[in-house]
Design a protein around this ligand. Structure first.
Ligand SMILES: Cc1ncc(COP(=O)(O)O)c(C=O)c1O
Length: 450
């Protein structure tokens, strides 16, 4: 972090009002993970003086609602996963979908500093974002590049593509003949081949691996960097399907080797497979997504590692008021106050990614106390019952996901809790926080002030 950056951060921490129960920022180094061009967009209507102040932007980011990302937790989780690996097995941090909603650039930098050596993205644009941030470590595009334009971009930005079909290989072969490619230097483009071993998604059928590898080798300027596959059921307590996939994968690799084709790198495991701690699944590299963000794919995988959730969703109360018995709350009056109540309006809603389906079932937390959300979740605001809270004022912070500590102890609500309530998976919950919410990354701990 630059000196200038640190200075502006400490200015922010000193200026942050603490009396309102806000998070204890004073002991933390804070950096904003909102890309500077994003800040620029938001600052378009600010006066030039204020609009140019980084401190001012950082303050503004925590005035309504935000995603708080604990980078220490990310680093811890990476180290924890590395401790499960065989010596020599590399860890790829999967940072697609803006690092599962945590902010791709800061997560990538943190994961690399903690020992990951590869990054995985799903789209070319995601890879370019990392390169533009100055990241020079290897990036694997896990999705399929579709066009000559993308192939050109991959070469220019040194993002390593996955090849998953013969038609895609033909497209690559044609793109390489194009003018833009001819203008690039002669450095070959490392490519990765994904085999379909039972995931039922992208990939060359595993029985065709040798044939496909020979076709790739016939094309100049492509060099094979790895042959990999992806597991469909590693989180299932019944390992049958996973073992069949592994068997298919190994049969394909054996066929390649019999032909004298030895891929320089093999990889198969996702978070669930890493947490199984079975060396036979680890090969040369593993690809970790969810576990880096501190969540377990399934509860039975908790025994092997102590992971810490990195994401917290915080929002401020904007109004506190007393409502009479019989008052209807929010659209549709799905909640009618049974008695006089004190309610707080909180500035976060479904446009920020709080699933509307959680209406009337959601709970938020304030200083270690759980507060029921009332009526329908609206686009930008929710209402919560604060009748049992001794003192609460506009400006106070509530936590929707994460931890909250107070006199009554600590409460935790995780993405996995929401996933269970919604009948979905933690991955979808994490990816659901929309771009309207600033990402605020913390070093040195993330917690609410009691
Ligand atoms: C090809 C590939 N590898 C690895 C991962 C990481 O998976 P997980 O988040 O379960 O660790 C993904 C994520 O979907 C993926 O698509």
């Amino acid at each position: 972090m630059t000196g200038q950056r640190l200075e502006s951060l400490s200015a922010m921490t000193e200026a942050e009002p603490q009396a309102d129960g806000s998070i204890a920022l004073s002991s933390s180094e804070i950096l904003s993970s909102v890309p500077s061009d994003n800040l620029g967009r938001h600052s378009a209507r600010l006066s030039p003086d204020k609009g140019n102040s980084e401190n001012y932007h950082q303050r503004l980011q925590q005035e309504r609602a935000w995603v708080e990302v604990d980078l220490d937790a990310i680093a811890h989780n990476v180290r924890e996963l590395l401790s499960l690996l065989q010596p020599g097995t590399a860890l790829m941090a999967v940072v697609k979908a803006d690092a599962y909603g945590h902010g791709a650039v800061t997560v990538a930098q943190t994961a690399l500093a903690a020992g990951a050596t590869w990054l995985g993205v799903a789209t070319v644009i995601e890879g370019i974002e990392l390169r533009q941030a100055g990241i020079s470590d290897p990036i694997l595009l896990l999705g399929a590049a579709q066009s000559a334009l993308e192939v050109e971009a991959l070469a220019q930005w040194q993002i390593q593509p996955t090849l998953s079909s013969t038609s895609q290989l033909q497209m690559f072969a044609a793109a390489i003949q194009g003018k833009a490619w001819q203008a690039l230097d002669e450095t070959p483009l490392p490519i990765h081949i994904i085999l379909e071993t039972g995931m039922g998604r992208l990939g060359i059928p595993w029985q065709m691996a040798s044939d496909f590898v020979s076709q790739v080798q016939a094309i100049p300027r492509l060099t094979i960097a790895s042959v990999y596959s992806h597991l469909a059921t590693a989180d299932d307590p019944d390992p049958t399907v996973m073992r069949q996939q592994q068997q298919n994968y190994e049969a394909a690799i054996a066929a390649l080797q019999a032909q004298g084709l030895t891929p320089p790198r093999l990889h198969l495991a996702n978070s669930a497979a890493i947490l199984l701690q079975d060396p036979s699944l680890q090969y040369d590299m593993v690809r970790a997504g969810l576990a880096i963000y501190g969540l377990y794919p399934e509860p039975h995988l908790q025994a092997q590692a102590e992971l810490r959730p990195a994401l917290q969703i915080r929002a401020r109360i904007t109004q506190v008021k007393t409502v009479a018995a019989g008052s209807g709350i929010s659209y549709g009056h799905r909640f009618i106050a049974p008695k006089e109540m004190t309610i707080a309006v909180v500035g976060i809603g479904y446009a920020d990614g709080v699933p509307r389906n959680l209406s009337t079932r959601l709970e938020v937390m304030s200083r270690g106390q759980r507060l029921p959300q009332l009526g329908s979740i609206t686009m930008d605001q929710i209402m919560v019952d604060v009748s049992e809270v001794a003192e609460i004022e506009p400006g106070a912070i509530v936590t929707l996901l994460g931890s909250s500590t107070g006199a009554q102890g600590t409460q935790h609500i995780g993405a996995d809790d929401w996933a269970r309530m919604l009948g979905t998976i933690s991955w979808e919950v994490l990816c659901g926080f929309k771009h309207r919410l600033p990402r605020v990354s913390l070093l040195g701990g993330s917690h609410e002030k009691p």
